[in-house]
Ligand binder design. Structure first.
Ligand SMILES: Cc1cn([C@H]2C[C@H](O)[C@@H](COP(=O)(O)OP(=O)(O)O[C@H]3O[C@@H](C)C(=O)[C@@H](O)[C@H]3O)O2)c(=O)[nH]c1=O
Length: 192
């Protein structure tokens, strides 16, 4: 497995080692031993899957405070632009984002630690998206930032007219209006 650093410390791209033969391919989509050694020790507690069609944009989501979630995300089928935004107040990279294309072809995964908002946009006719979370779903602690916050300025590689949002995702605050974010000096991994 190759670990590629990004412009945001702690957000890393993982490229699993693919074993191809006459039958097709094989790869370890998650190895706790490898992940903990190469990235950071994490206890994943929930696996999720969503299917979306072209233009669907989910995000930018996070869970607040003690319910903060780290996520290891990948695409099984199709292609998405996956985005992580640093929303830790006081961070030298506060408000900056990384965007990585994840697809069923490139098998890339992105690890988004606690303290970041996450979202993705579907670039292919359909996408099957799977991810692991290191804290359980806590709907009362859901937080979100507007996908089109001009200060963050994410290029989603979609025509805005094609963007399909949930009702909820169409009315999130901008980063500078968001009530509760993270604090750079708090270690959200020390608590649990
Ligand atoms: C996230 C989640 C949702 N749900 C339910 C709530 C709701 O009825 C339905 C759909 O929820 P949402 O609209 O929030 O789903 P979605 O917009 O796909 O939310 C996801 O977006 C991506 C970008 C993330 O990073 C995830 O952490 C998660 O926030 O599924 C669960 O039961 N468990 C969960 O863990």
């Amino acid at each position: 497995m190759k670990v590629i650093e990004t412009a945001l410390e702690g957000v890393v791209i993982l490229e699993p080692e693919l074993h191809r033969d006459a039958r097709g391919y094989f790869f370890e989509s998650y190895s706790r031993q490898l992940f903990d050694k190469s990235v950071r020790p994490v206890r994943f507690v929930q696996d999720n899957e969503s299917r979306s069609s072209y233009g669907v944009l989910r995000g930018l989501h996070f869970q607040r405070g003690e319910h903060a979630q780290g996520k290891l995300v990948r695409v099984v089928e199709g292609a998405v632009l996956d985005v992580a935004v640093d929303i830790r107040r006081g961070s030298p990279t506060f408000g900056r984002y990384v965007a990585v294309e994840l697809s069923g072809e490139n098998h890339r995964q992105l690890f988004i630690p606690r303290g970041f908002a996450h979202g993705f946009a579907v670039l292919s006719p359909r996408a099957l998206f799977q991810y692991k979370c290191d804290a359980p779903y806590a709907p009362q602690s859901e937080g979100a930032i507007a996908w089109n916050d001009p200060q963050i300025g994410i290029d989603w590689r979609l025509d805005p007219a094609d963007v399909l949002l949930s009702e909820k995702d169409s009315r999130h605050p901008r980063l500078d209006e968001a009530p509760e974010l993270f604090d750079y000096n708090t270690d959200y991994y020390a608590q649990r």
